[in-house]
Design a protein around this ligand. Structure first.
Ligand SMILES: C[S@@+](CC[C@H](N)C(=O)[O-])C[C@H]1O[C@@H](n2cnc3c(N)ncnc32)[C@H](O)[C@@H]1O
Length: 227
């Protein structure tokens, strides 16, 4: 399998670097947002990094499969999550996870879609493994909605912590996130900015496979004879 070469270098102290770039208050708000989600059922996290977000949701889910493409991140996440009997950590590529169709209730992606070359394919893969009506939760830090001063400060801190950004780094805002989700077959529940000085796009959606869409349309038509 191909090797991840950018984030792997930062696996040992990823959380410390991230906290320096984003700042504790806004990182705390992002974590709290994820931690508040309920009724998640069987969860797949794609691009889990060192396991921060799987750790947050583990106490309130049936089970979590935390996955990442980097051997080093998988190793750190395994150590971090070893005390949760409902969490498993595996090396997987988010574009081709190899999991069965319709096998998860929720897919979580944190800080993944803006750093990969093909976010739409990753979302389609999420749709494939989600049960019809399953939920996607996406969080991605962004410069959207930040003041110029806060933007420049964050970019400076990013360069100090990580150096040059990965090649495929892209700007995502609530509108482009909404469009990405819609094109991959999700009905978008929300796509919004959270955070104070540093911002993140938070979006959730429900996967609608063709069958579910047809059923919904049929039910709607049956209920409104005027249409
Ligand atoms: C910015 S880090 C975010 C880590 C974690 N989600 C967080 O926010 O703390 C991006 C992560 O995505 C992983 N990644 C990059 N490309 C991937 C791919 N194709 N499949 C799965 N994981 C990938 C990297 O190894 C890295 O751990």
């Amino acid at each position: 399998m191909e090797k991840e070469t950018y984030w792997s270098h930062f696996a040992a102290d990823f959380e410390k670097r991230n906290s320096y770039v984003i700042g504790k208050p806004d990182l705390g708000l992002a974590k709290a947002k994820v931690a508040r989600q309920q009724d998640l059922g069987r969860v797949l996290e794609l691009g889990c990094g060192n396991g921060t977000y799987s750790e947050l949701i583990a106490p309130r889910t049936d089970c979590v499969l935390a996955t990442d493409f980097s051997d080093e991140m998988v190793c750190v996440a395994k150590k971090k999550l070893k005390n949760f009997c409902n969490v498993r950590v595996e090396k997987r590529n988010c574009l081709e996870t190899g999991y069965e169709d319709n096998s998860f209730d929720t897919v979580l992606m944190v800080n993944l879609l803006h750093i990969i070359p093909d976010p739409r394919s990753a979302l389609e893969e999420a749709g494939r493994v989600l049960k019809p009506g399953g939920r996607i939760m996406v969080l991605s830090f962004t410069t959207a909605g930040m003041t110029l001063r806060n933007k420049l400060t964050m970019i400076f801190r990013y360069l100090r912590a990580y150096g040059k950004p990965p090649e495929n780094n892209r700007h995502i805002d609530p509108k482009s996130m909404r469009d990405l989700l819609l094109r991959a077959g999700f009905a978008v529940e929300e796509s919004t900015l959270i955070g104070q000085r540093c911002k993140a796009v938070w979006a959730t959606g429900v996967y609608m496979d063709c069958q579910t869409c047809i059923q919904k349309i049929t039910t709607r038509k049956a209920g409104s004879p005027g249409e």
